[in-house]
Ligand binder design. Structure first.
Ligand code: SAM
Length: 444
């Protein structure tokens, strides 16, 4: 066997997706699970021209902030990227990744970037797990995908999920192992059960189980057996039918098998009803910190738009301070929850709209404030011309992707004449490379 050439590389910094980068022999190396200042022997895994993705064969020097990852699946499952770094260092690295994205992608210097707000909990913070399944030689595998693949790493627990979710994973696996339900096979395109999705509330008092099927017909008798795990906590069991291939987990069709098809979340004094397939913030305690930050940075505004509103997480608290808020949400499920949440919280000055925000803004004449919390891909081109016409005094831009946010903010800054008043990252996803950012822009 030919031995692969190894390279000695010094890690300079961490960039998007949590890769460490270093340079050697006129090549740029991207290496996972390393920390700046470390010196490593790297084996190339794949290479395109002078860009090499590699894996560490040996550490020659380690960073003092390196720590023992507590999770036995770390490095195998693709969920976490930074468990080998102490939490204070993770926060510093995320600030650097963000500043790097702003200057390299957004081409804007001197942005007032505040320190990152730590997560309330560095572990056990997530309130939703989406677990793909397979059955191999009779054994059920349930877990998360290995990085850049559809290979399922079988797990018994996940330390970034709330403890209740890990307990459910163990018990569900035992039952599914014993029962005869067929598990979907991606290559043969056969079998019924594709994903188990477990949601719980922040206080871990209630759980909603969603079984995503490729063929309709999750057995009621099996749902009943699963319900016996904890009749007190399990508020509902539903089937979501999704015959489509591809990476979207949920389809549109929902069938309630037991109990309710939704959970309730309490955020400060507000209550949010969230249905099985609706969007809701995954780290609610830290999302509440962002909500408070936004509210404390806004003063008197009469008319607002929440353009990607979900179930109303920002719209409803904003509406308490404004004459009117238009909330625009494209998903039917989230929109229906939004309408209910407006009633539950008695915030009748919210006008709920089920539409594509990029297009709907065409119909809006005035607003002093626009809040934008788009999906990872950022804003569509057409939305900018409408925001330019509406010309709000302030824009609040919430983003889960610093790269697309940097591009969008550059347009607001250079073409629409908005200054960046404040930009603050929040650590919604400790142990992973993900960064959530809130920026407040003011018309020049
Ligand atoms: C990142 S989530 C934010 C939701 C909400 N701000 C919250 O904090 O819960 C983005 C939301 O935008 C919705 N969405 C995606 N594309 C949209 C579009 N073109 N128009 C309106 N809503 C959209 C999604 O369904 C999702 O609910």
């Amino acid at each position: 066997m030919v031995k692969k050439k190894l390279y000695e590389v010094e890690i300079q910094k961490i960039v998007q997706k949590g890769y460490g980068i270093g340079f050697k022999s006129k090549k740029t190396f991207f290496i996972p699970y390393v920390i700046p200042g470390e010196r490593v022997l790297v084996e190339p895994v794949r290479q395109k021209k002078d860009v090499v993705f590699g894996k560490v064969k040996k550490f020659l020097r380690t960073n003092e902030k390196r720590t023992e990852p507590p999770c036995p699946y770390f490095g195998k499952c693709g969920g976490c990227h930074l468990q080998m770094v102490s939490y204070d260092m993770q926060l510093k690295l995320k600030e650097e990744i963000l500043k790097d994205a702003l200057s390299h992608i957004g081409n804007i210097e001197n942005i007032p970037v505040e320190h990152i707000e730590p997560s309330t909990y560095p572990f056990n913070y997530r309130i939703k797990a989406q677990l793909p399944l397979k059955r191999l030689k009779g054994k059920v595998y349930m877990g998360f995908y290995k990085p850049d693949s559809h290979y399922i790493v079988d797990i018994e627990e996940c330390q970034i999920q709330k403890k209740t979710i890990s307990e459910m994973i163990k018990k569900l696996k035992e039952i599914l192992q014993e029962e005869r339900i067929t598990v979907y096979d991606e290559t043969k395109k056969r079998g019924r059960l594709k994903h188990c999705v477990i949601r719980c509330d922040a206080e871990e008092k209630s759980v909603l189980l969603i079984f995503v099927t490729h063929l309709r017909g999750f057995p009621k008798i099996l749902a009943q057996r699963i319900y016996e795990i904890d009749k007190e906590k399990i508020k509902g069991i539903v089937e979501n039918y999704n015959p489509e291939e591809g990476n979207r987990i949920f389809g549109e069709e929902i069938r309630t098998l037991i109990g309710d098809d939704h959970l309730f979340y309490r955020i400060g004094k507000y209550t949010f009803r969230v249905s099985a397939i609706s969007f809701f913030q995954l780290n609610p305690e830290t999302a509440k910190k962002m909500l408070d930050f936004i509210l404390s940075n806004l003063s008197e505004y009469k008319e607002g738009i929440d353009a990607f509103s979900g179930v109303g997480f920002f719209s409803i608290p904003l509406a308490e301070r404004m004459k009117k808020v238009i909330s625009i949400e494209i998903s039917k499920s989230s929109y229906k929850d939004l309408v209910r949440n407006v009633k539950i919280n008695e915030m009748m000055n919210v006008e709920s709209v089920n539409a594509d925000a990029n297009k709907y803004l065409e119909e809006v004449e005035n607003a002093n404030l626009i809040l934008l919390d788009p999906p990872r891909k950022g804003l569509e081109k057409e939305i900018f011309k409408n925001i330019k016409r509406i010309s709000p005094e302030k824009i609040v831009y919430v983003s889960c992707n610093p790269q697309t946010m940097a591009k969008d903010i550059e347009i607001f800054y250079k073409d629409l004449n908005y200054d960046i008043e404040v930009l603050k990252p929040f650590d919604f996803f400790p142990q992973t490379h993900h960064i959530e950012v809130c920026s407040i822009l003011k018309k020049r």
